[in-house]
Design a protein around this ligand. Structure first.
Ligand code: ZN
Length: 498
């Protein structure tokens, strides 16, 4: 039988193609496996810290006392209760006599507190530990649902109950308790230590943290690091990791709100125009929601995977070690729930709609507010331009609301400061995996970015998914033992930072 030349060529060509495909698959497989093998633990090996003798019961009583001051931040500034904040100041003075005798205390903007514990070596950059004195209100009508009243500071069932016990009076008291303990031990820091407690964090921190940071800036202070609230130690929150994971905020999202207004002629609802004001406004909101910014695996989120990935099963490790290949898959997975979706994109949230007063009258003016939380790498300007393009309707006026800020810088996780934090967590909470994290909300620490490159956001508190709703919610509480641990963390951190 004779082969036609063209047939021979085809058979040979097929064979070549097969070999080529197999070769590519083998190379890919090799790359994937090598990357997986090299994807090793980023955790520091340390010995657990010896337990510090500390009276947990007494510390719990101190915190309980602080929870009884209704230092509430209301949206309406007229409701602000000056006296309660001043009484809390007095309470702290009485409760921590050593700290108040040794540290310099300054009251900033009347109600915020800045303490300075002078170090022996002025050449070294100081550290700054933060928290805030204010709490959010208890939502009207929910008081009866609390197991113990929100401002009684009940110590029951092994917990200290009350508004502020998680956010974030345990931070204020934990830090002061640590300082008081160290002072009683005769500890003398070489670096200066600042303690900064704002009074209006829950309404934006524009008088408290903002002015403390400005004051330090005016004095030429340059900090080694700032530690504020943000992340915590989570259990059962990061899928695929059975041990607790300490999420240390290394970046924070930006913030902007746009106000959309549509004006129309109004009139009787029996003869409406084709496009009503409410219809035009709704269409604009709909378009914004339909055209959300695309998802992106931003640096801090990639770092999170670099730190938690190696602690996972082989299959998951393989995926996170090869984000160049599986990035789209991971993004799709993260987009499934609002909590993780917020990690990968600038979010779009319509929060206010106003317009119309009577069922048979066409409103002459309707208004909506859409709030955006901006992913690092994106900007407020981008958000505004994007919204204009998407809405693309001259009948919709777009205004920018006053409260806005850019995403934070990304703090360096190879810095001495991050390593000190990581080490301290693993000394006090042995076996806990420490990982960088993107904070999707906003904290007071953004004001301190002018003083240091190293802003980290972390509270040494163990939370389960169920606990996450307690802060700002019902039955906010902290375990007596958890609070004691929180204090030992701050003691260890101060020692490790020297
Ligand atoms: Zn807070």
């Amino acid at each position: 039988m004779m082969w036609h030349f063209s047939e021979v060529f085809t058979i040979k060509g097929d064979l070549m193609l097969h070999i080529l495909v197999i070769a590519i698959v083998l190379v890919l497989l090799a790359v994937i496996l090598i990357r997986t093998a090299r994807f090793t633990s980023r955790q520091i090996e340390v010995e657990p810290a010896p337990d510090i003798p500390l009276n947990g019961e007494e510390a719990a009583r101190h915190l309980s006392g602080a929870l009884q001051f209704k230092t509430i931040s209301y949206q309406d500034p007229a409701q602000f209760d000056k006296e309660t904040f001043q009484n809390l100041h007095k309470y702290l003075e009485k409760t921590f006599p050593e700290a108040h005798a040794t540290l310099e205390k300054e009251v900033v903007s009347d109600y915020s507190l800045l303490y300075t514990w002078k170090g022996t070596n002025e050449q070294l950059n100081p550290i700054l530990l933060m928290a805030h004195l204010d709490v959010v209100p208890v939502e009207k009508g929910t008081e009866p649902q609390w197991t113990y009243p929100p401002f009684e500071g009940a110590i029951k069932e092994g917990y200290i109950w009350g508004r502020g016990s998680m956010d974030i009076k345990e931070g204020v008291l934990g830090i002061l308790e640590a300082v008081e303990t160290l002072l009683k031990d005769g500890f003398n820091p070489d670096k200066t230590i600042y303690l900064a407690f704002g009074h209006d964090e829950e309404v934006g921190g524009r008088n408290g943290a903002s002015n403390i940071a400005a004051l330090l800036k005016s004095r030429g202070v340059s900090l080694e690091y700032v530690l504020d609230e943000g992340g915590s130690i989570t259990k059962g929150v990061v899928p695929g990791v059975s041990v607790p994971v300490a999420l240390v905020g290394a970046a924070e999202k930006g913030y902007i709100s746009l106000e959309l207004t549509v004006k129309a002629k109004g009139g009787h609802s029996s003869i409406p125009p084709k496009d009503t004001a409410l219809g035009i406004l709704s269409a604009a909101i709909y378009r914004l929601e339909e055209n959300r910014p695309p998802g992106r695996l931003q640096k801090t989120v990639r770092q999170l995977f670099e730190y938690v990935g190696p602690e996972m099963s082989f299959a998951r490790k393989l995926v996170f070690a090869n984000l160049w290949l599986f990035g789209a898959l991971v993004k799709r997975q993260l987009a499934q729930s609002p909590e993780t979706d917020a990690l990968i994109r600038t979010t779009t949230a319509p929060t206010i709609v106003e317009g119309g007063t009577k069922e048979n009258v066409l409103p002459r003016k309707v208004r909506a507010v859409v709030n955006f939380r901006i992913l690092p790498g994106d900007t407020t300007e981008n958000v505004i331009n994007r919204a204009r393009e998407i809405i693309n309707d001259p009948r919709v006026e777009i205004a920018i609301l006053e409260q806005k800020w850019e995403p934070s810088r990304i703090s360096d996780t190879t810095s001495e400061s991050f390593i000190t934090l990581q080490k301290t967590v693993r000394q006090i909470f042995p076996g806990t995996v420490v990982a960088p994290y993107l904070v999707t909300g906003a904290t007071d620490s953004r004001y301190y970015a002018v003083l240091t490159d190293n802003v980290f956001k972390f509270v040494p508190l163990m939370v389960t998914p169920r606990d996450l709703s307690r802060a700002h919610g019902i039955d906010e509480r902290i375990g007596v033992e958890d609070f004691r641990k929180c204090i030992t963390f701050f003691i260890q951190l101060i020692c490790n930072s020297m």
